[in-house]
Design a protein. Structure first.
Lengths: 255, 410
């Protein structure tokens, strides 16, 4: 699904990402750990195509197609969807105005949107300016709702658990799992089929992983991926020994 | 010695000053012709072609059928008034009204405004009166908006108008006045005097919509008097600006608890100069004034001014001017003004000028919108100022302004 090769990225002429390699196969969800300021958000914004993140070397492929020349919305069309950590508020633009422009035009799609509005308590946000005056948890809710209805093949979530109280975290987890459910296969496959969309979840606390199964975790430190492995084991070791552990871990030489 | 780029700035300042103080020669527009007037000054809607009707519709004026009540049109020098009229509402050409009701001259004609306020009001006072007289009788509340169209159809002609609106005690009225010209015309002179009287407990929403050709000069002078508990809303939209417009509608909140709200939305193109202000004098206790101006500038000049004067106990005022610069060549000047003349006046202002935030555009693109859709949506949000009496047609117009602006970025 996503292949990143030897990616170097500059922000305002400073190299922030240094030779990042990452592969997320179809249907797998990976976590991205790392301390604050390690470059997780830079990687995410670069995958999404934000112009202030300048790729100086390397490639990003979605389904083997190089996307570096594509605009943000063209990447969305290819199936990339982002939930931002700190999305902007936009004066006067209500969530429903944006929804009108992106929601499915067919009846079935609209029914699904309405279901999701009810299921995840979105109605109260529809008449409010996007992200304006919302709590941390509410911002995630609104972001994940927009992600959900666009049904991306690759979900990119930037710190979906930061600033979210434990009660809301469960709801956020539910929304992420709904987004990960591959709705395209629903008709042809038995109900117990486990086919999922792919995902990359940046989190420094790993709190959200209590609710979401991830296949693998990567650790980013100072703009480089220093280690990878099982998410739970890695996080236990990080909690016990700090990120220093990852710098020296056994996988380093194999990467 | 000034360097080249600095010289460009000085040149721009000079042309700004010239255009802002432009001297109009009335005779360039055969203005003296209007001092004589014409014999038969009525017109039927059948004489107006579909294209001109569509142009009128673009400024919110729908005059399609003779049976529509509450419609007035001045087509060049000719009047059309829809019959029958709503009960309790009079709409008359001003000349006919002056002949029918002598009290208009005594009570309303150049009474809110002086004849010599400026050279344009003086010029209007010297022509045969054209325009509308609208009176809503005591406690009559009209739900549907009345439409008044002021349409120019001759190249380089002049239109001189004197409009009077009277809302008696407890009356309610929403008036949409659309000013425009045949779409093939380049230039003309549009000079207006408007006097508006909002009685005790009355509510008047006045929506003015402009759509002009590239060489038009527009000079409206407006004065409104609001009595006790009266409520006055002045909405102004400019869909296509003339070459030069300067206006500073004046409102006197005379009675206690009187309210005035000015809302303006401007879309500005290269080689146009729009100086849009508003002055509210509050002498009634507890009176309140709010002025909100939004301008989207694609290369022209916009001056947003507002002066709110608190001259009585517990008067409240807020002025908010914001502009979006969508081009490198335009000018926006924001002058939000407050004048406190009483220690208990509470007044505040804000002003902001800037370009579209690329972070917001990127964010909306990440939700699947293309760049133009994202810009249009942001502009729509910028223009959403909670306008009272906004009809679905006007919402559509705002959407169109936003979309046009989005494409202006191309």
């Amino acid at each position: 699904m996503l292949t990143i090769n030897n990616l170097h990225v500059e922000v305002q002429d400073n190299e922030v990402l240094k030779s990042v390699n990452l592969e997320i196969p179809d249907g797998e969800v990976h976590a991205l750990f790392g301390p604050n300021g390690s470059g997780k958000s830079v990687l995410i914004m670069t995958i999404m195509g934000y112009p202030e993140y300048k790729v100086t070397e390397g490639s990003i492929l979605i389904d083997n197609k190089d996307i570096l020349e594509l605009d943000i919305n063209e990447r969305v069309k290819l199936g990339v969807g982002l939930s931002e950590q700190r999305p902007p508020t936009i004066k006067g633009v209500k969530l429903k105005n944006l929804l009108e422009l992106i929601e499915h035009k067919d009846k079935k799609g609209q029914l699904y949107v309405n279901d999701m509005i009810e299921k995840f308590n979105i109605r109260k946000f529809l008449d409010r300016n996007i992200n304006d005056g919302l709590s941390g948890g509410e911002i995630k809710q609104s972001e994940l709702f927009l992600l959900l209805i666009s049904n991306p093949k690759l979900l990119i979530l930037d710190e979906p658990d930061s600033g979210v109280d434990p009660e809301k975290l469960k709801k956020i987890g539910g929304m992420i799992n709904e987004s990960l459910r591959d709705k395209r296969f629903e008709k042809r496959l038995p109900s117990n089929h486990l086919n999922r969309n792919s995902g990359l979840i940046a989190t420094h606390s790993a709190a959200i992983l209590d609710y979401i199964h991830v296949d693998k975790a990567h650790v980013m430190i100072n703009g480089e991926i220093k280690c990878y492995g099982n998410a739970n084991i890695l996080m236990d070791q990080i909690k016990e020994n700090g990120y220093e552990y990852c710098i020296n871990c056994q996988h380093k030489n194999n990467m | 010695m000034k360097n080249v780029s600095e010289k460009l700035v000085w040149d721009k300042i000079e042309s700004f000053n010239n255009e802002d103080n432009i001297e109009i020669d009335f005779e360039d527009y055969s203005f003296s012709k209007l001092k004589i007037g014409i014999k038969d000054d009525s017109i039927s809607t059948k004489e107006i072609n579909e294209i001109d009707m569509d142009t009128l519709a673009s400024v919110g004026v729908n005059i399609n059928e003779d049976s529509d009540s509450g419609k007035y049109l001045l087509f060049g020098e000719k009047n059309y008034v829809a019959k029958p009229q709503f009960a309790g509402v009079e709409i008359l050409p001003i000349k006919e009204a002056l002949e029918t009701y002598p009290e208009i001259m005594e009570k309303y004609f150049f009474k809110a405004m002086e004849t010599n306020k400026n050279r344009y009001t003086k010029a209007v006072s010297e022509t045969v009166p054209k325009g509308y007289f609208i009176r809503v009788k005591k406690n009559v509340k009209i739900k549907e908006p009345l439409h008044a169209g002021l349409f120019m159809h001759e190249e380089m002609s002049a239109m001189s108008l004197h409009n009077i609106v009277v809302l008696e005690e407890g009356a309610h009225l929403h008036l949409i006045t659309g000013c425009t010209a045949n779409h093939t015309l380049k230039g003309g002179l549009h000079v207006v005097v408007s006097e508006q009287y909002v009685g005790k407990n009355a509510k008047f929403i006045n929506t003015m919509i402009h759509n002009w050709g590239p060489e038009f000069i527009v000079r409206p002078s407006t004065a409104t008097v609001v009595e006790k508990n009266g409520f006055f809303v002045n909405n102004y939209y400019s869909i296509k600006p003339p070459r030069n417009i300067k206006m500073d509608p004046f409102t006197h909140l005379k009675g206690e608890n009187a309210t005035a709200k000015y809302m303006s939305i401007l879309f500005c193109l290269p080689d146009t100069h729009s100086n849009i202000g508003g002055t509210v004098l509050m002498t009634g206790e507890n009176s309140a004034a709010e002025l909100v101006a939004r301008a989207v500038n694609y290369g022209g000049t916009i001056v947003q001014t507002g002066l709110l004067i608190g001259a009585a106990k517990n008067t409240r005022a807020h002025v908010d001017c914001s502009g979006l610069m969508l081009s490198d060549s335009g000018i926006i000047e924001a002058i939000p003004g407050l004048r406190a003349m009483h220690p208990d006046a509470r007044m505040s202002h804000e002003a902001a000028i800037g370009k579209i935030d690329t972070g917001e555009v990127n964010y909306l693109q990440s939700k699947g919108l293309d760049e133009m859709q994202a810009i249009a949506l942001i502009i729509r949000g910028f223009l959403d100022i909670g306008i009272e009496g906004l009809s679905p047609e006007m919402e559509k117009t705002i959407k169109e302004i936003a979309e046009l602006s989005g494409h202006g970025e191309e």
